[in-house]
Write a protein that binds this ligand. Structure first.
Ligand SMILES: Cc1ncc(COP(=O)(O)O)c(C=O)c1O
Length: 424
């Protein structure tokens, strides 16, 4: 038997599809291995803290799923998902003023599958798509399989800078023979963006929709965190203002990511194509998981449970912001999220966060280096980092930021020494 630690030469490398060249392993996935070591304080993964979920309640709904629904949960189901699960989704969506019927919804294997299905249905090699920069690295991974050209638009405290988007669209329109920008879609995470933590203001949302309508470009609104707000008041969903928007969400951050249950809401012709693509991908999602989700959202105080988790995040976010103030250099900046799981911190240019990570790991801390949240090869984000406050206790967060502050200071000191010696 082969030694599992041995790195094996890949004899098959000439066989892979060319798209594999543009696909990268996720830095976060790779970090999960290190993060599970008990001596590591992990600020890397976006794992919701479900350690206090009432397991008795969850086992009851799971037993109900089998005993009350019989073999339905164990059988193949519809590609688009169970009607009853879609009814739950329609009810949840009403809270966001998104009025849809079950025919407008497809249940997916998490939000992640929805991203892949959108990529598969829309992107040909070289097609332009627009995202926030930085953006969710899992979305970049899903889309990269279809080899798009990704254009990124920066955000500030009000979310995607739509004036820059407007300028970019005008530039692309000029380049295009049709006079319209050849953009397949604009992908945005308007609430508590991953990795930025920022929320798009209402004015920016309206501007984004105005541009999308002017240039006839699809908008994909990815909203896993909309209910995970601990401060401020919610901003209307893009989909509630324009029913041409494709909207995605998931139970991952409001119940349990292990159930891999998400959904996609889209104009019906688009949904028909998504469903077609989905048939070839998985025939149907897990019916059993869908039944569990139905029972959880129909029969339990799920909102009460979520409120308890949100309160944990609020306290941890406070701890992180305070520690950043105390331990990060004065030149550093960071976002102040009103919800979600992440803070995005930007350091002076001389600090290279991919390099910093290996030093931080020696000190027992992980984070996500910013470059992973930009399209591969762009070279952007190398002095930024995503810091997750969702999983560690406040004291551990403070300690992790203190250690990070130390290694950052060492880097900056080294840089100053070299600069003074004229080496740089
Ligand atoms: C912005 C965003 N979209 C989609 C997902 C995927 O979520 P799911 O667990 O439902 O696949 C995540 C997960 O962290 C996310 O942050």
């Amino acid at each position: 038997m082969q030694d599992p630690g041995l790195i094996q030469f890949d004899d098959w490398q000439n066989l892979y599809a060319s798209r594999m060249e543009s696909m990268r392993t996720s830095a976060v996935r790779d970090l999960f291995a290190a993060a599970s070591r008990s001596d590591i304080i992990s600020l890397s993964g976006g794992m919701p803290d479900i350690r206090n979920l009432p397991l008795k309640t969850v086992s009851k709904v799971t037993a109900d799923a089998v005993l009350k629904e019989g073999v339905a949960g164990l059988q193949y189901g519809n590609t688009t998902g169970r009607e009853e699960t879609k009814q739950v989704v329609c009810r949840l969506m009403k809270d966001f003023n998104i009025e849809v019927t079950t025919a407008d919804v497809t249940i997916t294997s998490g939000g992640q599958q929805a991203l892949d299905l959108i990529g598969k249905a829309f992107i040909d090699k070289g097609d332009i798509i627009i995202t926030e920069g930085p953006t969710y690295l899992g979305a970049l991974q899903a889309f990269s399989a279809y080899e798009p050209a990704v254009v990124t638009i920066p955000f500030d405290d009000e979310g995607m800078q739509t004036d820059l988007l407007e300028a970019e669209l005008a530039r692309l329109a000029k380049e295009s023979p049709t006079g319209m920008p050849a953009v397949k879609f604009i992908y945005t995470i308007p609430n508590f963006q991953n990795p930025g933590g920022v929320t798009m203001s209402l004015a920016r949302r309206k501007h984004l929709l105005e541009l999308a309508n002017r240039y006839k470009i699809l908008v994909v609104e990815d909203d896993p965190y909309g209910r995970v707000r601990f401060l401020g008041t919610s901003v209307p969903a893009l989909r509630s203002m324009d029913d041409k928007v494709i909207y995605l969400s998931t139970v991952s951050k409001v119940f349990a990511p292990g159930l891999r249950t998400g959904w996609i809401i889209a104009p019906r012709p688009i949904l028909a194509k998504i469903n077609l693509v989905k048939q070839g991908t998985d025939l149907c999602g897990s019916a059993l998981n869908q039944v569990i989700v139905e029972h959880y959202f129909n029969d339990t105080d799920w909102q009460g449970e979520l409120n308890k988790i949100i309160e944990l995040y609020r306290v941890r976010r406070e701890a992180m912001l305070k520690a950043l103030q105390d331990y990060f250099p004065p030149e550093a900046t960071w976002t102040r999220p009103e919800g979600g799981l992440f803070v995005w911190a930007t350091l002076p240019d001389c600090v290279d966060t991919p390099q910093l990570l290996s030093v931080a790991l020696e000190k027992g801390v992980t984070f996500v280096p910013g470059d992973g949240c930009y399209p591969g090869g762009s070279g952007m984000g190398r002095s930024s980092m995503r810091l997750a406050f969702c999983y560690e206790e406040p004291e551990s967060i403070r300690e992790a930021i203190r250690r990070l502050g130390e290694v950052i200071e060492e880097r900056m000191e080294l840089y100053r020494t070299f600069a003074a010696a004229g080496v740089l």
